[in-house]
Design a protein around this ligand. Structure first.
Ligand SMILES: [Zn+2]
Length: 300
């Protein structure tokens, strides 16, 4: 069952079910001169059907472009399918690299190296995570052709121009898109009303970098926009992104205060209560533990 809600002039929110551990993902259809979809969902038939249904509901005859906030499978997965139907795919250049590396498998090899060498995760635990990687891998595909965008660039969506804002943290090249005229921010996973996105980890030079400190800077950037509304990729569209940025920042610093380092990142991540951790949960906990370790080094 598809939920379609009008959330602005010529803007509709589609809440789409995806076969991963999130309730649903929000796609935004924008009608006008340049009919646009913000984020693509997973590469599954129900997503394509939902977008078709949404377009019919809005009286949209064609989809000219899909704008991607970040490369994760629930946001970029179906882009290739929309591309085959003639839509242009706009994606940030930094996240396109990460996406290609995930699809090509290098992303997982990199993760394997960090996990074994730096964080001392037992190989058995990593094999369990490999199963999840394989499931996620089926939900995305690289389009034959994309248009790479850079932060600071403006794109026309519907009848409004959207400014691409660099908001790294959850991914290395996460972009948020700001409609300056109406002061509406398409925040992707950068700012969510009910949760805090986990900090990504990516390669910079020869080292693994946690997105935790970039995420904190991204909160400052988004707060300074003084947007009136944000349209997130999960949860409900909400007012007062400024207050939400402040709340998230406070929660993160509180979590940092409560964090205790164990001997290795793996032990820090796994020493919370239960003996057996689901590999998906361990994956998230490793990201947090590594984030806190790096942030502690920075703030001293
Ligand atoms: Zn997401």
């Amino acid at each position: 069952m598809l939920e379609i809600t009008e959330v602005g002039q010529n803007v509709h929110l589609l809440k789409v079910q995806v076969p991963i551990n999130v309730e649903s993902v929000n796609l935004y259809l924008i009608d006008g001169q340049v009919p646009t979809l913000i984020d693509a969902g997973t590469n599954t038939p129900n997503v394509i059907e939902a977008v078709n249904e949404g377009m019919k509901h809005m009286g949209m005859k064609r989809l000219e472009q899909v704008i991607i906030t970040h490369w994760h499978v629930d946001h970029a997965g179906a882009a290739a399918s929309f591309s085959k139907k003639g839509a242009r795919i706009l994606v940030g250049s930094r996240d396109y690299q990460e996406w290609a590396s995930f699809v090509g498998g290098e992303g997982f090899s990199q993760f394997y190296r960090w996990a074994t060498e730096e964080w001392k995760v037992p190989v058995k635990e990593i094999s369990n995570m490999l199963k999840i990687y394989k499931e996620f891998h089926m939900l995305t595909a690289l389009p034959d052709k994309v248009e790479l965008i850079e932060p600071g660039q403006t794109v026309l969506a519907g009848d409004d121009s959207l400014l691409a804002i660099s908001t790294p943290g959850h991914t290395a090249g996460h972009l948020s898109f700001y409609n300056e005229k109406d002061r509406i921010l398409y925040s992707g996973d950068m700012l969510l009303p009910n949760e805090i996105p986990y900090p990504g980890i990516w390669q910079e030079g020869d080292r693994a970098v946690s997105g935790m400190s970039s995420y904190l800077k991204s909160l400052d950037v988004v707060e300074a926009l003084e947007a009136l509304t944000y349209l997130p990729a999960h949860g409900e569209p909400s007012d007062d992104p400024v207050a939400r940025c402040q709340e998230v920042r406070e929660q993160l610093y509180l979590q940092l205060d409560q964090y205790h380092s164990a001997e290795t990142v793996y032990l820090s991540a796994s020493n919370v209560g239960s003996q057996k951790i689901h590999p998906g949960v361990l994956f998230l906990k490793l990201h947090y533990a590594y984030g806190w370790e790096q942030l502690k080094k920075r703030v001293g």
